[in-house]
Design a protein. Structure first.
Length: 426
């Protein structure tokens, strides 16, 4: 039986949620009906358009542009600051409502998620009928609108939800890609950023269909592994499943908005190291290990992407989480400057529970017992000679002890000492 996957995306989430809150508090003006944007303090690097109303869009205002530019286009523009506590609350309300339909949800951001519709498909006349029911109930009970994309592939469901908005349902099944997706410009393809578009345009590849029909090896030669991913997406190839996380298996994560966009891999890796230290320290403090790690990127144009992988065996080691996060970053980064980075761990297990070791774990454990270094397994790339698993655990424990006694900044890795971009977070 073919899979059926929904992608549910809130229409202009920040602006819709702020508009509803102001109406609830007695305002007689609906931000959604006037030229309005959600933006913030330029000194804190939030002086850009985070969300816009449809009337604001008519003035040519786009998400991600500086607020000063938006004001030039529309002098009577209404500016509302973001309220992230409100957005988190509304997001939880949305996920609670959706769980009434199916528990098989994968939330990928505050305003979007995937739903595996396959197990419940027989309860409804059709996927389209169920999607309309979901859309109508969200509007009736929560007051805002969503788009629902339906497909047999996750990436195609995501693409479908980005079709014409707002408050609509679209399908994009594998057999529909030539008609509905191939005529679209490359910039419409999920994960195809500005840098990739320019590279492909130089090869006279202008539409998604052009990319799909291009020899895969040619695309790979110019865009490496990211080119492979784009070529597969253009052809509707995506075997990933909806990664359902149960309510009692919440993850531990951290993210940071950079004071200056990261434009090279080395800078991003240093930021990820700081985040990996924070996440792994919290894992160890809670007596847990992570079975899955994901890396989140938000580009300076506010496009968000993420990638995750299941580990060979659960871990709370800083180095292991950092190496995995960096490998995931390298797979999905398309060269566009990065505004935000995040690491999240999930599939958590208690350190008191027995864990099935992999072959690599057994090898490193043997080497550690003998007092020698070993070849530690890396997520990608060729093996490197590294300290044993036992030594890494002892190092992490020592650092945790020092920081607990003398403060979080008592010990700083040498690789971060010269990094003026070290992120600040709680």
């Amino acid at each position: 039986m073919d899979r059926i996957i929904f992608h549910i995306d809130v229409n202009s989430a920040y602006l819709s949620w702020s508009a509803l809150e102001k109406l609830h508090n007695g305002s007689c003006v609906d931000l959604r009906t006037i030229p309005a944007i959600i933006g913030g303090d330029m000194a804190k690097r939030h002086g850009v358009v985070l969300a816009k109303s449809i009337p604001a869009k008519a003035y040519g205002i786009v998400t991600g542009e500086p607020i000063v530019n938006a004001r030039r286009k529309c002098p009577n523009l209404t500016l509302e600051p973001p309220d992230h506590k409100l957005y988190s609350r509304r997001s939880r309300e949305l996920m609670t409502l959706l769980s009434d339909f199916s528990p098989d949800l994968e939330q990928v951001s505050v305003d979007e998620c995937y739903m595996d519709f396959t197990p419940i498909r027989r309860q409804y006349p059709s996927p389209e009928a169920a999607a309309h029911l979901i859309r109508e109930r969200i509007e009736a009970e929560l007051g805002f609108t969503v788009n629902v994309g339906i497909s047999d592939r996750k990436v195609l469901a995501k693409m479908a939800s980005d079709f014409r908005k707002p408050n609509l349902v679209h399908t994009l099944y594998s057999y529909e890609i030539q008609e509905k997706m191939w005529p679209l410009p490359l910039s419409s393809l999920f994960m195809c950023g500005h840098s990739s578009v320019e590279t492909l345009r130089n090869l006279e590849i202008l539409t998604i269909g052009d990319l799909a029909r291009t020899d895969r090896a040619i695309v790979e030669s110019h865009l490496k592994s990211h080119g492979t991913l784009l070529w597969e997406y253009a052809n509707g190839i995506d075997a990933s499943e909806v990664a359902t996380v149960q309510a009692d298996a919440k993850g531990i994560g951290n993210s940071t908005t950079l004071t200056k966009d990261a434009e090279d891999k080395e800078t991003a890796h240093l930021v990820l190291l700081s985040l990996a230290e924070s996440v792994s320290r919290r894992l160890r403090s809670s007596g847990q290990s992570a079975g899955m790690v994901s890396t989140e990127i938000k580009y300076n144009n506010f496009r968000k992407v993420s990638h995750q992988t299941t580990l060979l065996s659960p871990t709370g080691q800083t180095d292991a989480i950092h190496q995995t996060a960096c490998a995931l970053f390298d797979e999905i980064w398309d060269g566009t400057p990065v505004r935000l980075l995040g690491i999240r761990s999930s599939k958590l297990v208690s350190n008191e529970d027995p864990v099935q070791l992999s072959l690599f774990d057994l090898q490193t454990a043997d080497a550690g017992t003998a007092g020698d270094d070993s070849f530690a397994p890396a997520y990608t790339g060729s093996p490197r000679r590294q300290p044993s698993t036992k030594k890494k655990e002892q190092l992490d424990a020592a650092l945790d002890s020092i920081r607990k006694r003398y403060g979080a900044d008592a010990v700083v890795r040498g690789s971060l000492l010269s990094d003026s971009k070290k992120p600040k977070y709680d």
